[in-house]
Write a protein that binds this ligand. Structure first.
Ligand SMILES: Nc1ncnc2c1ncn2[C@@H]1O[C@H](COP(=O)(O)OP(=O)(O)OP(=O)(O)O)[C@@H](O)[C@H]1O
Length: 251
């Protein structure tokens, strides 16, 4: 995938990975290696000049509707309530738009149930600017989940949060994954986050990014935050740190 035409910047090349249905995958790598580009390719926001992206058995040629996305900056629309922001994906996707019109009350109830799951019960009528950063991030997770996506793409969704809020949200995502069986791909700089949440971690090279290491995370689920203080956990984090340091040096 090259940005800006033939002489433009080569972001990723020979990038190959496959994630199984229901799996929780994490992608880590040096800054600027093409992690966000990978997310945009999977979701069909960009189409690669060479190579193929397949989601749920179909080749991606346009934005994928079975995917939910959450990014580092929640970008909620300030003039809509939190609840109306959460309902937004249903208005955008054609198939859902008709269902939303016919069953508005059902979807509002669903949005409220999601708000409760992420600890925001009763905040639906607040505007996003009345919420803290962590609360907005929780609401953006609800927005990513409202249309019951089969695939959830998370691009540094916890990056801007303090460590306690981040850990709380890790547990929410862990529980959502366990309860709903959704396939999740998480891009993160935080190796502890990746090891805590993922079944498998992919390490990317420096730009142009490709996968240089793939690592299964052996810890049983459900995982408790305490696991992060166990030597086996810190060993994996340490080794991944070494891989990324090597990738940066090789650049
Ligand atoms: N729209 C664009 N036009 C031109 N270059 C771009 C565009 N988007 C990204 N790039 C470049 O492509 C490369 C990969 O960017 P990308 O955002 O995918 O990396 P990343 O691994 O997510 O970065 P970070 O770790 O800093 O978030 C970077 O050099 C970036 O500057």
């Amino acid at each position: 995938m090259r940005y800006g035409g033939e002489d433009g910047l080569l972001a990723v090349r020979d990038l190959s990975l496959s994630v199984a249905k229901g799996e929780f995958a994490a992608v880590v790598g040096p800054s600027g290696c093409g992690k966000s580009t990978l997310m945009k390719l999977v979701t069909g926001l960009y189409i690669p000049q060479q190579g193929v992206v397949t989601v749920a058995g179909s080749r991606v040629t346009k934005p994928v509707s079975i995917v939910g996305m959450a990014f580092q900056n929640p970008t909620m629309l300030p003039w809509r309530t939190t609840l109306d922001n959460i309902l937004l994906p249903l208005e955008v996707v054609d198939r859902h738009r008709r269902r939303l019109r016919a069953n508005k009350a059902e979807y509002v109830a669903k949005a409220e149930a999601l708000l409760e799951t992420v600890g925001l019960k009763g905040f639906g009528q607040k505007f996003p600017w009345q919420l803290s950063g962590g609360m907005q991030q929780r609401a953006s997770l609800c927005r990513a989940l409202i249309h019951e996506p089969d695939l959830l793409m998370l691009d540094e969704p916890f990056g801007a949060l303090d460590s306690f809020t981040r850990e709380e949200l890790w547990c929410i995502i862990r529980d959502l994954h366990a309860a709903q069986g959704v396939t999740i791909v998480l891009v993160t700089h935080d190796l502890r986050e990746a090891v805590f949440l993922a079944d498998r971690i992919f390490v990317m090279s420096s730009r142009p990014g490709r996968i240089i290491e793939e690592r299964a995370i052996p810890f049983a689920r459900p995982r408790d935050l305490e696991i992060m203080y166990e030597p086996a956990f810190t060993d994996v984090v340490h080794e991944l740190r070494g891989s990324i340091a090597d990738a940066r040096k090789a650049a």
